[in-house]
Design a protein. Structure first.
Length: 269
């Protein structure tokens, strides 16, 4: 059996699991999850029909592919714990951990050679994620393809050199949270103008989804698409002026920069 294992059963692991099951890449009887919380194990077993326990070395011994999905701060301890099993069984490791370079991963695992690094995002949960992938120089190409098979079933994939991973983390890894902050503000704006929260939410989500699809499907750039909405002397230009006055563009750029810096700090730790 081509078993897939997840070390860490939190939000990102669940997004990948759910997406992978929905896409048919993962099968419940072939998935193992090692995570400490008993309640969480129970939830994962009941919801997805997978095996869940807390024994990281056992998971490495029993899986052909191991997804590392713990917080960066606990990863070093986990690597130490699984090093022996990793050297003996040599599964493919796929790390989704932000700010943890392949070099450190390789050193932590005692020099194993099958390592792929991925930066996914939570829309993977609904098969609409976007993931950046790279591999260690000595990792076989087919390992990268195996990882790509899972992540492309969960949305889009792009190959990006590892040197740019912190920037990817700052943009698309953390990006869904910026978009939710924007949607929240749109909804509040609508409520302030008298719309019910329910109607404002439907309008805001539909607008963001529709605008993103319009850009993707037409291939037009944001400048041209903005011009399509903005009548001379009309309402949209008044709204855009308010955003410009309050530094919206720079604030979003700064958000990406701040998250990238934080990923870099974690990478050096
Ligand atoms: N959330 C996101 O949008 C994204 C996250 N990532 C990366 O994914 C990784 C996981 O993030 P996320 O899922 O959000 O975090 P969570 O805190 O939701 O998940 C981490 C999981 O690891 C478990 N855990 C803690 N210690 C161990 C251990 N020693 N062995 C095995 N499991 C352990 C935790 O259990 P418990 O809670 O019981 O301690 C928890 O279930 C991070 O490295 C993050 O950088 C990457 C892209 C996007
Ligand atoms: O906030 C974080 O650290 C993780 C990494 C990317 C998205 N969430």
């Amino acid at each position: 059996m081509a078993r897939w294992g997840f070390i860490g059963g939190g939000k990102m692991a669940e997004a990948l699991l759910r997406g992978g099951l929905a896409a048919g890449i993962l099968k419940p009887q072939e998935v193992l999850i090692s995570t400490p919380g008993k309640d969480r194990q129970e939830y994962l077993r009941k919801t997805y029909g997978v095996a869940a326990f807390f024994d990281n070395p056992r998971l490495v011994r029993e899986c052909e592919t191991v997804v590392l999905a713990v917080k960066p701060q606990v990863l070093s301890g986990v690597l130490e714990e699984i090093r022996e099993a990793a050297r003996k069984h040599r599964p493919l490791f796929i790390s989704v951990v932000a700010g943890f370079p392949l070099e450190r991963l390789k050193a932590g695992l005692g020099g194993v050679e099958r390592l792929v690094r991925v930066m996914p995002n939570t829309p993977a949960l609904v098969l609409s994620g976007v993931s950046a992938l790279c591999k260690a120089p000595e990792t076989p190409e087919e390992d990268l393809s195996r990882a790509e098979a899972l992540f492309s079933a969960l949305g889009e994939v792009v190959r990006v050199p590892e040197a740019l991973f912190d920037a990817v983390t700052g943009l698309s890894g953390s990006g869904p949270a910026y978009v939710f902050a924007f949607i929240e503000a749109l909804v509040d704006g609508g409520v302030r103008e008298g719309l019910s929260r329910e109607v404002a939410e439907r309008l805001a989500v539909g607008t963001v989804l529709g605008a993103a699809r319009l850009m993707k499907e037409t291939g037009k750039d944001p400048y041209a698409l903005k011009a399509m909405v903005t009548s001379p002397g009309g309402t949209t230009i008044a709204g855009l002026k308010a955003l410009a006055d309050r530094g919206f563009h720079g604030a979003v750029m700064e958000a990406v920069a701040a998250a990238t810096r934080r990923a870099r700090e974690l990478s050096g730790g």
